[in-house]
Design a protein. Structure first.
Length: 173
C-alpha cells in the first residue's frame, strides 16, 4: 500500500508523471515540445495524481461494499447511520476522517482513502457493481483532469472521432 501515499509526495508524483509523459511521447512519436494531453486522452491514461485517486477510490469501494479483507475494513471508520447527524458536514459522507496531528498523516491510507471516497459525488458512491463503478469513476476523473465532460457524455460512436480530430499527426518527410 506504499503507492497510496504517493499523492502527497510531490517529488514521486513528478517523477512518475515525467515517465508517464515520456511513455506517451514514445508511443505517439511526439517531440519534446509537443503537447501530450491529447495523446493521454487517446490512450485513456489518467495523469498520475488522478490515477492514485482512482486506486484509492477503488479500494475504498471494496471496503464500503464489504468485498475486501477484514484488516482493511478495520482501519477505516464508517459513519454511524444509527444516529441522526442532520446539519453536520459528515452527514453526506460514508467514512469519518481521522484527526491528524501532523501534515504527514495525510499520507496514511486511513486519511487519504477516506478523503478520496468522501469527495466523490453521492450517486457515484452508490454504484455497487465494481466494474460499473470503475468505469464511471474513470469517466468522472477524466472530466476533472482534462475538462472533457462533453466528450465523455457523447455517444460511444462519436467519442473516438471527437478525440481523433484533435490528435497530433506526425509529418513524415
Amino acid at each position: 500500500m506504499h503507492c497510496h501515499s504517493l499523492h502527497k509526495s510531490c517529488k514521486r508524483v513528478i517523477l512518475f508523471q515525467i515517465m508517464h509523459t515520456a511513455a506517451s511521447r514514445l508511443i505517439f512519436e511526439l517531440g519534446t515540445r509537443e503537447n501530450v494531453t491529447v495523446s493521454l486522452l487517446q490512450l485513456h491514461w489518467l495523469p498520475v495524481h488522478w490515477r492514485v485517486q482512482f486506486k484509492l477510490c477503488c479500494l475504498m469501494h471494496s471496503i464500503f461494499y464489504g468485498k475486501c479483507l477484514a484488516y482493511l475494513n478495520n482501519i477505516v471508520s464508517h459513519v454511524n447511520y444509527g444516529r441522526p447527524r442532520r446539519g453536520l458536514r459528515s452527514s453526506s459522507t460514508d467514512f469519518l476522517l481521522p484527526r491528524l496531528c501532523t501534515k504527514f498523516g495525510e499520507c496514511a491510507f486511513t486519511y487519504a482513502g477516506t478523503s478520496a471516497w468522501n469527495s466523490l459525488p453521492k450517486d457515484l458512491r452508490a454504484v455497487s457493481d465494481p466494474e460499473l463503478f470503475r468505469k464511471q469513476l474513470k469517466t468522472h476523473f477524466f472530466s476533472l483532469a482534462f475538462d472533457v465532460y462533453p466528450i465523455c457524455n457523447a455517444p460511444m460512436s462519436h467519442r473516438s472521432t471527437m478525440i481523433m480530430m484533435t490528435m497530433p499527426t506526425k509529418i513524415t518527410k
